[in-house]
Design a protein around this ligand. Structure first.
Ligand code: TRP
Length: 471
């Protein structure tokens, strides 16, 4: 039986480090393990509406945010199918039929539904004149475990990697599968839950030390945060409140900075960023003893997080077009890609493009134009001058990053193909040379004539073979 993964997220906000530790990191590993025949990652917008029906714009906006976060952590559309739940309308249809197989009482017993009802204040009903209070439990919300069963079974998923809070959903799905198969014949595949491996990794606390990262608590570090934002957030992080002076002994347990180090640090980070310590254990021991300040530990965490969230490129900036051309001359094929604006100090982006296209030896260097000039003429001109892509301002930096990495990958692939071809060509030329030598030897042996005659033959043969190779 094919091994198929289905999982997903509700698009109600940008994804943060808690998601990364709890699920995203694992998904990327599963994706790259090669153990699964198919992987489906769903942006559950329809499910997000079950408790955000009054805020569709939020859900709509966050579809793209979540999609970008997926790409930025390394979910690869070439390996995993990323899709939007509402676009597969059959999922709703299927849920409608499954509704006949589940009782209201069974749904009421679902612990996650129970907990979420309490959390969202659904059951309390509205006080007189209070329009902010929720009015009871929306039926759509109440039945979302059924819709989740249709998400899972529609793709014949065998494996559902989710957090432990989703366990009751998978249980409910399995019950629906049994009931369906018993009534209508063996049809549906029974899924297994795949829980996070490491208990410590299941839940990352917020930067304030509260149990969980949550947008409403304003204690999240987002995957899309800049290096500056990460620094500010880590510097403000909760540590040990009794660790007042550097020389005081400090507590590591319940100290959020250390919890994050547990989740993210690797041995090589120490030699790189804090060589006085060989390992996290040594750092912890020093903190416990006293004499180690919070700021030093936080600096390490900042370095590690920023390394993890940073761009994987080394970026050279040119102040103007001429400087850009100079850099191209200086760095040549060390460059992977050039990003250009049209309006620049000194010479324009078009002039830079023209200058670049006159240079030899950089055929493999792609250029991407980024500009607020979006007239067709401008775009066309950029393409005619050899630009590989054209991105309009204003842009989302994650989209730019993705287009940059796609272009670089494409060019790398092309380079590999070209070198493969020329390798094959050279191989053939070598083989032909060998053939010529052998033939020449044979000729001489046969009629003992002058070497000149043999060389003539050799020339002719070479010409002939040359033509053959060209075919
Ligand atoms: N319930 C999941 C969440 O809260 C999202 C989701 C919807 C899902 N359908 C799914 C997860 C199917 C796994 C399988 O984020």
């Amino acid at each position: 039986m094919a091994k198929i993964i289905l999982t997903g997220d509700r698009p109600t906000g940008r994804l943060h480090l808690g998601h990364f530790v709890g699920s995203l990191r694992r998904r990327v590993e599963l994706q790259n393990s090669g153990e699964f025949d198919e992987i489906f990652i769903m942006i559950a917008d329809a499910q997000a509406l079950t408790d955000n029906a009054d805020n569709p714009e939020k859900v709509r906006q966050n579809i793209i945010e979540v999609a970008l976060d997926y790409l930025s952590v390394g979910l690869d559309p070439a390996k995993s199918t990323l899709f939007i739940q509402s676009q597969v309308t059959e999922l709703c249809e299927l849920a409608f039929y499954y509704m006949n197989l589940v009782t209201v009482q069974r749904l009421q017993r679902n612990p996650t539904v129970k907990a979420e009802i309490a959390l969202r204040g659904f059951a309390e009903g509205a006080a007189e004149g209070d329009t902010t209070q929720r009015q009871g439990i929306p039926v759509g919300f109440f039945t979302y475990p059924i819709s989740q069963a249709s998400d899972i079974t529609a793709f014949r998923a065998t494996t559902v990697p989710v957090g432990e809070d989703q366990e009751p959903m998978i249980e409910q799905t399995r019950e629906i599968v049994h009931k369906f198969n018993a009534v209508y014949g063996e049809t549906l595949v029974e899924p297994e839950i795949l829980l996070p491996e490491n208990a410590a990794c299941m839940r990352l606390p917020g930067t304030d030390g509260k149990a969980k990262m949550s947008k409403s608590l304003n204690n999240c570090i987002y995957l899309s945060d800049t290096a500056e934002e990460v620094k500010k957030k880590v510097m403000g992080m909760y540590t040990d409140p009794d660790h007042l002076r550097v020389e005081d002994p400090g507590k590591v347990e319940g100290n959020t900075v250390f919890t994050y180090l547990d989740a993210f640090s690797r041995p090589e980070h120490f030699s790189k960023y804090l060589p006085e310590y060989a390992s996290l254990d040594e750092l912890k021991a020093h903190y416990r003893r006293g004499g180690l300040g919070d700021v030093k530990v936080k600096r390490l965490l900042i370095a590690i997080l920023n390394e993890m969230l940073k761009d994987e490129y080394c970026i050279l900036e040119a102040d103007n077009g001429r400087a850009a051309l100079d850099m191209v001359d200086r760095y040549g094929d060390e460059l992977s890609l050039v990003l250009l604006d049209i309006v620049m100090p000194g010479i324009s982006g078009f002039e830079v493009l023209a200058g670049l296209s006159r240079r030899s030896g950089i055929d493999n260097l792609p250029f991407i134009m980024i500009s607020s000039e979006d007239s067709d003429d401008m775009v066309l001109r950029a393409y005619e001058l050899g630009a590989s892509d054209y991105i309009n301002r204003p842009f989302d930096s994650r989209v730019v990053r993705r287009r940059v990495s796609n272009t670089i990958r494409l060019y790398a692939k092309q380079r590999r193909l070209t070198s493969l071809l020329s390798q094959q060509y050279n191989e053939r030329v070598k083989n032909s040379r060998m053939l010529i030598d052998i033939m020449a030897g044979v000729m001489e042996l046969r009629n003992g004539e002058s070497g000149r005659h043999v060389t003539n033959i050799e020339k002719l043969t070479e010409l002939l073979l040359g033509c053959l190779v060209q075919r």
